[in-house]
Design a protein around this ligand. Structure first.
Ligand code: PXP
Length: 237
C-alpha cells in the first residue's frame, strides 16, 4: 500500500491566470485531504508563477496530512523552507523557461553544492528528498550526501511511446527503487503519472509514495476534485 501526494500547483496556476483570489489552492488542499490523499505537494518556484509564499504559510497551518515543498536547490529557497518548516523538502532542478520540471536533479555532478543545501535543511530539522533520474549513479550520490528520500523521476517511463521503451524505463525504475531502498533511503516517485500508467508501477513494493498533479487536476475539471483524488487513491493503495 503506497501513499498518494497530490500536487496542487495547477490550482494556483488557474488563480494566477486572472490575478485574483480564486480558485484558492488552500481550499483545494482541504478537499484533496478529505478525498483521502496522504499529503499535499507544492512547488514554490523562483518566479512565483503559481504557488505564492502566502499559500505555503497557510497550507502549513491548515493541512492535516503532510506538506511536501518542492523547490530549487538554492539558499534563498532554504530560507523560505526554514521559515515554513514543511514535513519534507524535495529538491528539484529549476530552469526559468521550462513549462514544468524537466529531468532530475544532477546530484552526482554537483555533490558538494547539494550537500550543503541538504545540511542546512537538516540543521533546521527538515527531512530532504532529491528528485532524480532512476540512475544508479544518482542514487549513490544521493545516499552519499545523506538524503532521506529519493523521488524517482518517472517522466521517461510516462512518455515512452513504444512497449520496448516503456519496458526499459520500468526496469530502470525498479532497479533504482531497489538500490535506494537497500541503501536505506525512502523511495517516492512522480512526474507524468496517469490513471493508466501508474498501474504498472504499483507492482514495485519499494516505492512508498506517488506524487501526482497534472493528471488528477485534468480529471478534476471534468468529474470534480473529490472523485478524481478518490479514483487515484484507489489505484495506488
Ligand atoms: N514530482 C515532482 C518533483 C514534480 O516537479 C512534479 C511536477 O511539478 C510532480 C511530481 C508531478 O508531476 P505531474 O504534474 O506530471 O503529475
Amino acid at each position: 500500500m503506497a501513499r498518494l501526494g497530490v500536487n496542487i500547483d495547477h490550482v494556483a496556476t488557474l488563480r494566477q491566470a486572472r490575478g485574483g483570489s480564486e480558485p484558492d489552492p488552500v481550499a483545494a488542499a482541504l478537499l484533496v485531504e478529505l478525498a483521502g490523499a496522504d499529503g499535499i505537494v507544492v512547488h514554490l518556484r523562483e518566479d512565483r508563477r503559481h504557488i505564492q509564499d502566502r499559500d505555503l504559510n497557510l497550507l502549513k497551518d491548515v493541512i492535516q496530512t503532510k506538506l511536501d515543498l518542492e523547490m530549487g536547490a538554492d539558499e534563498a529557497m532554504v530560507k523560505v523552507a526554514l521559515g515554513v518548516k514543511p514535513h519534507l523538502v524535495t529538491l528539484v532542478p529549476e530552469r526559468r523557461q521550462e513549462l514544468t520540471t524537466e529531468g532530475g536533479l544532477e546530484v552526482a555532478g554537483q555533490r558538494d553544492r547539494i550537500k550543503s543545501i541538504v545540511e542546512m535543511l537538516h540543521d533546521g530539522g527538515i527531512p530532504v528528498s532529491l528528485f532524480i533520474e532512476p540512475d544508479p549513479a544518482q542514487i549513490k550520490a544521493a545516499h552519499k550526501i545523506a538524503a532521506d528520500y529519493v523521488e524517482l523521476h518517472t517522466g521517461r517511463y510516462a512518455n515512452a511511446r513504444r512497449l520496448k521503451e516503456e519496458q526499459a524505463e520500468f526496469e530502470a525504475i525498479t532497479h533504482a527503487a531497489k538500490l535506494a531502498y537497500k541503501l536505506g533511503m525512502g523511495v517516492n516517485a512522480g512526474h507524468g503519472l496517469t490513471y493508466r500508467n501508474v498501474k504498472r508501477l504499483i507492482q514495485i513494493p519499494e516505492i512508498v509514495e506517488y506524487n501526482i498533479g497534472h493528471s488528477i487536476m485534468a480529471r478534476a475539471i471534468l468529474v470534480g476534485l473529490d472523485r478524481a483524488v478518490r479514483e487515484m487513491k484507489q489505484l495506488v493503495g
